[in-house]
Design a protein. Structure first.
Length: 133
């Protein structure tokens, strides 16, 4: 039995603001923006080159009472410096490149957060992308 992670639901406070961040600043493709019933809006987006999508809404929360912990999400890229430059052009602030394991493919990272504080990591992997079985 194969289990494939294809959708991650991200809690946000403002669906329109989140949609703009993910599509306009991160460059995710908008796959759908639907409201199957009143008050139940779902925005489905996919990062370039990814088999896994993200959904914002219907999971929203009041900014006065945020979740106790935030999920951490990770995007893998082949060229971290280029990815950071592209995101900077779109107004996304990323951390400096942090080399966790020098000389090892997959050992370099940069971090950023969306407008709701959901934390993301960018990891550079040049030789292999994906989980090994």
């Amino acid at each position: 039995m194969d289990y494939k992670l294809e959708v991650v639901v991200i809690p946000v406070t403002d669906i329109d603001r989140a949609k703009a961040f993910y599509t306009e600043q991160l460059g995710f493709r908008l796959d759908g923006d639907t409201e199957p019933m009143p008050g139940f809006r779902v925005v489905h987006m996919t990062p370039p080159g990814s088999n896994c999508s993200v959904v914002v809404g219907p999971v929203t929360y009041d900014p006065a009472t945020p979740p106790a912990t935030r999920a951490r999400y990770q995007l893998v890229v082949r060229d971290l410096a280029s990815a950071r430059a592209e995101l900077a052009e779109r107004g996304v602030q990323t951390s400096d490149i942090q080399v966790i394991t020098p000389g090892r493919d997959g050992g370099s990272f940069s971090f950023f957060a969306d407008p709701d504080g959901n934390e993301w990591a960018l990891q550079e992997v040049r030789a292999y992308v994906g989980a090994e079985l």
